[in-house]
Design a protein around this ligand. Structure first.
Ligand SMILES: Cc1ncc(COP(=O)(O)O)c(C=O)c1O
Length: 436
C-alpha cells in the first residue's frame, strides 16, 4: 500500500519552488569542499581530506566501555544534565583550571555548538568575534538575528586578539551588551594565549562588563598540556565552553558543556528553559559515559599525552615544510589546525589565475588532490591567500599505539609511517608550489 502510494506520488509533477528566505544561509563551504572531495573520490581520484576538523583519534577505551555499560539507560534526563555528570564536570574544571565551580553551575547539551546557539538566542547582545574564527559563530548570530562585530587580527601578531584593539572597540560604545568569543587553542590558527595575554584580555572584558564565552574545546589538545583557562582571571563574567568532541575524539557522540559562574545563574536558567522546550536532554547513555571522561585518570592522561605528542610533531613538521616553500605559517601550539598565508607567493599564484583563497583551495583539490578550506570561510577577506588545513587524515588509533612504544621525540620517520596521508598532502602542496 505504502509502495503504491509512493509510486503515485512520483508520477505527479513536483511542486513549484517557494520563494523562501532562510536568512541568506546556504551550505557551509566546509560541506561544499567535502562534497567536491567525495565526488572526486567517486571518480577514482585520490583525495586527502584536510578539510573537516575531526579528531583522528578513537574515543579513549574506558569511555567506550562506560558507554557500553550504560547502553540500557533509556529515560529522559534533566534538561540541565545528569547530576553526576555535572558534578564530574565541576570537578574537572577545579582540577584542571583551579576554577571553583559546582554541579549547579554546569549545563550539559548535545554539543557545545548547540549551547552556543541557545546562548545567542537568549542573550540580547552583539556578538564580537575575531577574524579568523571558527565557521559557525557568525551564521548562528545571523540565524537568531544578532549583529556580528568582526575583530580583525593580524598574521604578524599570531592572529590573536589584542587587548588594545578590544579597548578601542569597546570604548566607542561602552554600555552596549556584548558577547566576546575567545577560542584557544584556536580553530583555524592553532594559536594559543600566554597567561599575561589572557590577564590583559580579562581586564578589558571586566572593564566593559562583556560576557566572555571562552571556547576551550581544544584546551586538552594544547600540544604540551599547558592550557590555562581565562575563567581564572575573569571568573565572574566567563562561561567556559568545552565538550567531548575534540579531546576525546567523540564529535559524533554530541556532548558539550557550559560552565557558568554563579553570577550568571540567570543566564544558565534561561538557557535551560530553552533546552527543555527544544531538545529536552542530551542522550542518556552518552551522559553516563561522559562521567568517565571528565573524571579522568591514568588511562585518559596517557591517551592525551600521546595524542598531543603526535599532533605536536605533525603540526611542527607541516609548518616547517610550508615555510621552507615560502609560505607564512606559525607552528601550531594546540589543536590540529594550520592557517598558512600564501601571500608571499601571490605573484606566482596570480600567473595561474589564482587570486582568492577559494580559488586556491579549489585548485589544490583539483591539481594536488588535497581538500582544505579557504580563509574566507573563517571571516578573512576573499583576496587574502589564507587556508585552513586540518592535519587529521591519518589513522589516529595506530599512531597512538605506536607513540606509546616510541622514545621521544617523534621524528620524521615516525610521521612518514603513521601519518603518511598528511605528510603526502603537505609534500604535494610544496611540490605544486615549486612547479609553478
Ligand atoms: C572552535 C570550535 N568550537 C566549537 C565546536 C563545536 O563542537 P561540538 O558542538 O562538537 O561540541 C567546534 C567544532 O568543530 C570548534 O571547532
Amino acid at each position: 500500500m505504502a509502495m503504491a502510494k509512493a509510486a503515485v506520488r512520483r508520477k505527479t509533477a513536483p511542486p513549484k519552488q517557494l520563494n523562501l528566505n532562510v536568512r541568506g544561509l546556504g551550505d557551509s563551504a566546509t560541506i561544499a569542499i567535502n562534497d567536491l572531495a567525495n565526488a572526486l573520490r567517486a571518480e577514482g581520484k585520490r583525495v586527502i581530506k584536510l578539510g573537516l576538523g575531526q579528531s583522528p583519534f578513537p574515543v579513549p577505551e574506558p569511555v567506550v566501555e562506560a558507554l557500553k555499560a550504560h547502553a540500557h539507560e533509556k529515560d529522559y534526563l534533566p534538561s540541565a544534565g545528569l547530576y553526576e555528570l555535572r558534578e564530574a564536570i565541576a570537578g574537572y574544571v577545579a582540577r584542571k583550571h583551579q576554577v571553583e565551580r559546582h554541579a549547579e553551575d554546569v549545563l550539559v547539551g548535545p554539543g557545545s555548538k548547540e549551547l552556543m546557539f541557545i546562548l545567542q538566542l537568549v542573550f540580547y547582545g552583539e556578538l564580537v568575534i575575531p577574524s579568523p574564527s571558527w565557521v559557525s559563530y557568525a551564521p548562528q548570530a545571523r540565524i537568531v538575528g544578532r549583529t556580528v562585530d568582526w575583530l580583525p587580527t593580524r598574521r604578524e601578531l599570531g592572529w590573536k586578539v589584542h587587548p588594545e584593539e578590544l579597548e578601542a572597540r569597546f570604548s566607542k560604545d561602552p554600555e552596549r551588551p556584548r558577547i566576546l568569543i575567545l577560542n584557544y587553542p584556536n580553530n583555524p590558527t592553532g594559536a594559543t594565549y600566554r597567561v599575561e595575554e589572557l590577564k590583559a584580555i580579562a581586564d578589558v572584558a571586566r572593564k566593559y562588563r562583556v560576557l566572555l564565552l571562552s571556547d576551550e574545546i581544544y584546551g586538552e589538545l594544547h600540544h604540551t598540556g599547558q592550557h590555562v583557562s581565562i575563567a581564572r582571571f575573569y571568573p565572574e563574567g566567563t562561561i567556559l565552553s568545552t565538550g567531548l568532541s575534540k579531546w576525546a575524539g567523540a564529535g559524533g557522540w554530541r556532548l558539550g558543556t557550559f560552565i557558568f559562574p554563579e553570577s550568571l545563574d540567570w543566564l544558565r536558567k534561561a538557557m535551560t528553559a530553552v533546552a527543555s522546550e527544544t531538545y529536552t536532554s542530551t542522550a542518556a547513555p552518552i551522559q553516563y559515559a561522559a562521567i568517565t571522561a571528565f573524571q579522568g585518570g591514568e588511562a585518559i592522561e596517557d591517551y592525551l599525552h600521546h595524542a598531543r605528542r603526535v599532533l605536536r610533531a605533525l603540526g611542527r613538521f607541516s609548518a616547517r615544510k610550508l615555510r621552507e616553500a615560502g609560505v607564512y605559517v606559525d607552528p601550531p601550539a594546540g589543536a590540529f589546525y594550520l592557517f598558512p598565508d600564501f601571500t608571499p607567493l601571490k605573484d606566482l599564484l596570480l600567473r595561474k589565475g589564482i587570486y582568492t583563497s577559494e580559488l586556491l583551495a579549489k585548485r589544490l583539490l583539483e591539481e594536488v588532490g588535497v581538500a582544505v578550506l579557504p580563509g574566507s570561510d573563517f571571516g578573512r577577506p576573499p583576496e587574502e591567500l589564507t587556508l585552513r588545513l586540518a592535519y587529521v587524515d591519518f589513522d589516529g588509533g595506530a599512531a597512538l599505539q605506536a607513540s606509546r612504544g616510541h622514545p621521544s621525540p617523534l621524528g620524521e620517520a615516525f610521521l612518514r609511517e603513521y601519518a603518511a596521508p598528511v605528510v603526502e598532502a603537505i609534500e604535494g602542496i610544496v611540490s605544486w608550489l615549486r612547479s609553478i
